[in-house]
Design a protein around this ligand. Sequence first.
Ligand code: NAD
Length: 483
Amino acid sequence: MIQGKNFIGGRWKETPKTYQRENPARLEEVVGLYPLSGEAEATEALVAAREAFPSWKRTPLLERAHILKEAAKRLATRGDKVARDIAREAGKPLLEARTEVRRAMDILEYYAAYAYTPFGYRVASARPRTELRTQRVPLGVVALITPWNFPIAIPTWKLAPALILGNTVVLKPASLAPVGALHLVQALEEAGLPEGVVNLVIGPGTPFGRALEKAEDLRAVSFTGSVEVGLRLKARLASLATRVQLELGGKNAYVVWKDADLVLAARQIAQGAFFYAGQKCTATSRILVHREIYEAFKETLLQEVGQLKVGDPLEEDTQVGPLIDSTAWEGTARWVERGLRDGGRLLIGGEGAREKGYFFDPTILEGLDLKALLAQEEVFGPVATVHPVTSLEQALEAVNATRYGLSASIATRDLGIAKRFLEEAEVGLAHVNQPTAGVEYQAPFGGSEGSGYGPKEQGWAALEFYGDWKTLVITPPEVRDGH
Ligand code: NAD
């Protein structure tokens, strides 16, 4: 069993109260015992980060990069163990858990590379013999709040850009799956990260949020999670000089145009909607199919979905694992009921067995109005709706007519259609002949409209959030009267 602890000021610490985390695929198995941190632990961590900042900021950039690279190596030595822990705790199929761990290592290396690239600008000054340049500087203490569904990749894609720029960090992973963050922080500690530079606080969100409101010198908060929690947090931090970045939910559409490769589109939708039981912010949840091929495509899609392997995440061929907990299972069942009540018809799935674990079958409904709640709101489970469309205008209107704006795809062989879709889909991530789910860390990522707020994450865009531009103006002392 994993014995998790907080990591504050360079020390692993227990708390008076703890909680247990069960394996969502085998309910009798306890996978972790974790600290139930409150406001006091969060405040202690914020103070430790503040104390560590002056020295970390002055640490040479190349030294910071070495630590990130070394942490990637440390993760590599225990990669399979990390993937298995994630599979057992977050219910993520092993295949995807391994990819996620690999991605975390790549992200550490990617941001380490910042140290070896030219940066900053020199611009012409209007003043004689004056040097005018600008350089990126760290902000100070940043708090990172992460969800449970990418337990190591999301903490890493926030932490690595924050650290390379010289910020110090308090990381709060979701209490349902802290194990990824735990391995990441252990790898950084082994890599020689000085004490206080990264602090890990495990426990529920509410007391952590309260500590942030009262923190001294908190410069930024990066949050990934649900729309409701994210917006509430932003409102509560509004009176502080604290930057806020929100990465929120999605209601992602996949358009199957009449000329599409139907088998490819069906496979991408099956993967995008149902791998990891649809528990991805970029999961496909609305399938918009050109009316001319609607019936043929439906058949192909049902064949693909019928072949998906639902099972224990630790089995090598599992593609669809359990839902994260009983609340998610019940919520998913309620969404299906709601869809049926609103006029939807089940094409496949619709129920799940929860005796052994929180399993729910891949589910597709048709016949729902696009304005129905199930076609508008995020389920975060293996449920998708399918709708016929007759024109690109209608498809685009449907893609854009939700409060979200995260990811969207179209399957087509027509370059003109593809181009219009890319231009007009109001999302942060638009695809042609690719699933809605799937993110590459070297490019900016994040939602538009109701799916995100603030600068994007990943790629070079992350540096905008975790750094500030400082402009330097230098004139030699002998220059007087403008000469
Ligand atoms: P959640 O909003 O319930 O929790 C996210 C994090 O916020 C957790 O660490 C939680 O403990 C913390 N939290 C809760 N209340 C808080 C408070 N008052 N103050 C401070 N922190 C608080 O989300 P979740 O269930 O962990 O994750 C699922 C959601 O995340 C889905 O909506 C999904 O779409 C979204 N998500 C978005 C992205 C993205 O990049 N856009 C990626 C993954 C997941």
